[in-house]
Design a protein around this ligand. Structure first.
Ligand SMILES: Cc1cc2nc3c(=O)[nH]c(=O)nc-3n(C[C@H](O)[C@H](O)[C@H](O)COP(=O)(O)OP(=O)(O)OC[C@H]3O[C@@H](n4cnc5c(N)ncnc54)[C@H](O)[C@@H]3O)c2cc1C
Length: 524
């Protein structure tokens, strides 16, 4: 992945604005159908909502309560497809759903809901169907859960991913398919010719230039920023914030789904890279999406919710390892509570021709993007009967996954990595893991973990800077290797990272210091 801003200076069939998961899939799909495509992202790939999700590829059990059956069925179908096309990226995860005395939803209704979830899943799913666990088994398998009032539990399957890496992999696929993809490039204005959108003024945020990009069709996948591009209908979005806390490990590979203390909402405790994600909140958001943050009220709410279900020890704010918040740009249903607003996706066609994507999910983005490209092809008057991403393996998907996986772990271990690290690398990089192995072959010390409790190594920094369009230290430590999401990073670690990647990216001393300062600046 190489950033070459000058290559924007040409006429494209399609300009995609926003490099979250919707923009990535749209650009990739369009390029596979033979279009000349540009994709621009004002910050970094997946720096918006697409790195702040709960990281589930799921049908959304809770949407059954809202009778969003179509959304659940379609999402479950996508869960199956994505785990087939990208088995390294979309991994099965067992959920435990404990039932406590006096709960609003009792075991009979829960059992029925799970039966329906299985039914809507259809065949060939990557996860087993639901089953039940006795109180004693729950106590044995999940000893951290409160036993007082516990009646039994259910288990069911869904899938998990790394949302930022997922997006990056699709952007890489897009680049390989010929897309001109530029991060840190912001659309400042849609250009029009005879009242039809004909391009956009794109500012290079790493330089000073503004380039007028010409395109026959423009797709706005700017998520919660979509209304800033001035399209009619977009102002009618409902912005809903969701916050997560990153907490210490609970020493389980299971996720837990629980009801909040007021019994109105569900929340999750999910293992992720050796930590536990606790989330999410659902609150209306007004203001600039650039400034979204986890507030003290969010922290209190999430810790209270989790602690209600923990046996020992209870968590305090001293235990928080990290935090992040994102914004859903949903269809406006003012009469509903934020958590009840539909997650259905919609494409809005403005009178100047711009197509704007609203709502949706990480899980269904591939499918929704294929509808966007269908529409783009129709506008361009081009014939297209196929949707290539329906059957195209993920860009980094290895062939014969199980055999490859075992071999890849063995190779990592033979290079001096511990098994957890070798496993993580295989899943994070897919078949591209050979590039990380090669880096380690050149310098064995790069197999060292960066932080001893987390399975990431220094060779990943090198790969990030060399091959993954890393432009800032924050790109590297937040999304290429999500360490600063999982733990506060010391100045010493950041300086080491800045030196390692600075040598590759040609940063002078002043730039290195500035990059470290930016990451160290206190964040919410
Ligand atoms: C708390 C939370 C939890 C979630 N959990 C899940 C989950 O577990 N599973 C699931 O399936 N879905 C989940 N979702 C939904 C999912 O994350 C979103 O649907 C998805 O990430 C939206 O992607 P997007 O590409 O539309 O938006 P974004 O990821 O926000 O991308 C928009 C991009 O546009 C860029 N941009 C904005 N303006 C400009 C401009 N002028 N020029 C250039 N670029 C611009 C932004 O920088 C941003 O990167 C969750 C959402 C939230 C908020």
């Amino acid at each position: 992945m190489k950033r070459d801003i000058a290559s924007l200076d040409q006429t494209f069939d399609l300009l995609v604005i926003g490099g979250g998961i919707y923009g990535a899939w749209t650009a990739y799909d369009a390029a596979l159908r033979g279009l000349r495509v540009a994709l621009v992202e004002k910050s970094d790939w997946a720096s918006g909502t697409s790195s702040a999700s709960t990281k589930l590829i799921h049908g959304g059990l809770r949407y059954l309560e809202h009778r969003d059956f179509n959304l659940v069925r379609v999402s479950l179908d996508e869960r199956r497809r994505l785990s087939e096309l990208g088995p390294h990226r979309v991994r099965p995860l067992r959920f435990v759903l404990p039932v406590y005395k006096g709960a609003r939803v009792g075991p009979v209704r829960l059992g029925l809901g799970l039966w329906l979830y299985d039914l809507l899943s259809g065949r060939n799913q990557p996860v087993p169907r639901h089953s039940s666990l006795s109180r004693a088994r729950v106590a044995e398998e999940l000893p951290f859960l409160r036993r007082d009032g516990l009646r039994q539990a259910f288990t069911y399957g869904d899938c998990q991913t790394d949302d930022a890496r997922f997006t990056l992999e699709i952007v890489d696929g897009a680049c390989r398919a010929g897309v001109v993809a530029i991060n840190h490039a912001e659309v400042r204005e849609i250009l029009t010719t005879r009242e039809r959108a004909s391009g956009a003024a794109v500012r290079d945020r790493l330089g000073a230039d503004t380039i007028d990009v010409q395109a026959s069709v423009i797709v706005n996948t700017a998520g919660p920023w979509a209304p800033n591009l001035g399209q009619e209908h977009c102002t009618d979005l409902r912005l809903v914030k969701g916050a997560h806390l990153v907490m210490p490990t609970l020493h389980t590979s299971d996720a837990v789904l629980l009801m909040t203390p007021d019994e109105q909402r569900v929340f999750f405790m999910i293992p992720w890279y050796g930590r536990t994600l606790v989330g999410t909140t659902d609150t209306d958001f007004s203001g600039n999406p650039d400034n979204v943050s986890v507030t003290e009220t969010d922290v209190e709410y999430l810790l209270d919710s989790a602690n209600k279900f923990l046996e020992v020890p209870c968590w305090s704010d001293q235990d928080i390892c990290g935090r992040f918040a994102g914004i859903r740009a949903l269809q406006n249903e003012n009469e509903r509570a934020p958590s009840d607003v539909t997650r259905e996706w919609k494409l809005v066609h403005s009178s100047n021709g711009v197509l704007t994507s609203t709502g949706g999910k990480l899980t269904s983005a591939r499918r929704d993007a294929s509808f966007i490209v269908d529409r783009v092809m129709a506008v361009l008057g081009k014939h297209s009967s196929e949707r290539p991403t329906e059957s195209e393996p993920f860009p980094w998907a290895p062939r014969n996954f199980e055999a490859w996986f075992a071999e890849s772990i063995k190779r990592g271990v033979s290079l001096g990595m511990d098994e957890e690290l070798a496993t993580n690398l295989s899943l994070r990089y897919g078949k591209e893991v050979t590039t990380v192995h090669e880096i380690v072959e050149g310098d064995r010390s790069l197999a060292d973990r960066i932080v001893s409790s987390l399975a990431f190594c220094k060779a990943e920094w090198v790969r990030g800077a060399r091959d993954e369009m890393t432009m800032t230290l924050s790109d590297l430590t937040t999304r290429r290797v999500p360490l600063s999401v999982l733990t506060p990073l010391s100045r010493q670690i950041l300086e080491e990272a800045a030196d390692l990647v600075g040598n590759i990216l040609g940063w002078d001393e002043e730039r290195r210091r500035a990059e470290v300062g930016t990451v160290l600046r206190p964040r919410s």
